[in-house]
Write a new protein. Sequence first.
Length: 581
Amino acid sequence: MMQALERARVGVFKMRLLCIFEFCMAFAALIRANPIENSINQVTEFTIIHNNDIHARFEQTNKYGAVCTQEDANMNKCFGGVARIAHVVRKYREEAKNGGNPVLYLNAGDTFTGTLWFTIFKDKIASTLLNKLQPDVLCLGNHEFDEDIEGLVSFLNAVDSPVVVSNLDYSKEPDLAATNKLSNSTVLEINGTKIGVIGYLTPKTKQDYINKVEFNEEITSINAEAAKLKAQGINIIIALGHSGYQKDQEIARDCPDVDIVIGGHSHTYLDANQPVADKNDANPEAVRGPYPTTVVQKSGKKVPVVQAYTNTKYLGKLQVKFDAFGNLIQFAGEPILLNASVAQEQDMLDLLDTFRPNITAKGKQVIGHTKVHLEGGSICRLRECNLGNLIADSMVYSRMLENKGGEYWTDAAIALIAGGGIRTSIKKIADGSITFRDMADTIPFENRLLVTRISGKTLLNALEHSASVRNKDSNGGFQQLSGIRVEYNYDMPEGQRVTSALVLCAQCSVPSYSKLNETDFYNVIVTDFLLNGGDGFNLIEKQDQFTELLENDDKGALQQYLEGHSFIYTGMENRIVITKS
């Protein structure tokens, strides 16, 4: 009896072993048939090359983002341009074909506007060059709206890459909806692993353009789209957008399904190999954080945030590794400086040459001369710049020549110009000449100029608002001035930073400065962008409104000023003084 029971137990044990063996063999076969989906040891590793805020720097530039002269080129002092971007992107794509890391090339918006290339050729050159670069995904930037809905539609119809923005409602713009080119997200695939890319764009764009597109909050929109992707089994999600470094970090913190954030808009330079600059450092290329910036969510999940400055001077390079469950387990990277050591692809140079004759013909027209370097670009978003002084003075000068002051020298002695609209510097060359191209690259937006009659209180509020945006990502609203001398104290709370404001008189025999009076009224010259509420300004009175269009736009006023002065030698004049208590 005992022997029979023992034989039975042995038989059962053998059957169990056989079942386990057969199960293991079947499981192994399943894994062999589906290695990506089923192997717990499978990792997905790839490299992201990215850029943002090209701003029509299609050819190489000098260190200020302005025209690269032959002298600069001969001394290897030029940077960027689409030919260098193409070289780097193609190099990594070729390496991927030969067994290296797969690579994604992502663009975070604002290819439009910034140089004569765009002034003349508009969206056509932007789409043509992007199609040669072949980004895997594009996000819209706010400046893609610069040529109104018509220009955006033309661009979308021409560009080949997927374009993603998750927080737009364009149902009331039928021409835009009809393109079928915009989507909330797109899905890419690397070695069988699906990767979702969700787009976003700052809702502040709505303040700056007149159209029927509605903007939703970024985080809410991204989370909703991420949930849809997750439901489809897509576990790796990249947020690609154009809302600024601060918002990028908020997205990384508050979007639990997002693994990587690739941003733009704030022209932020990130570098882990240099110390982070003081927030008051006015150098536009000052380091604002490490590359990548690591944001830790409440769950403990780490999310890298990256940007790549502006004007094609850098490309970002981020290497990432995910486990089989879509968890980011490793990341590292650095900005790539596109200096003269980086080759330029000849086919891209040849393509630019097909457009160049019109650039050369229009751009070489000499419209003035300078004895000094005229400093512009991002520096004008942070402090007084002498190019800002010049442009603001040209607005007052243009109005003065209209002879609207009656017995007085003018009727409008004050001008405001957004620092963000002064896109580059004008370098002093040997003969001091300033060309039409210099001007077009400096103020590319073709803004109309108007006089608005406002109270001293409204003007004071505008100065306070200018001070408030200075240390924010979207600091293009920091105003350059003519006819005003203002002091800002950044130890004071927001809204109370103007400690002194003097204004130049218009109705006077001898122009002089006196204290701004909140109950007086002043005629102030501004761009239509600012008057329409751009950058959050309010420069129209609710009652007794008065606005009048100037004869010249901003380019016309500056050209008139340059042609009316043999030489320019505008300097720093303490129009804006920034103090601390």
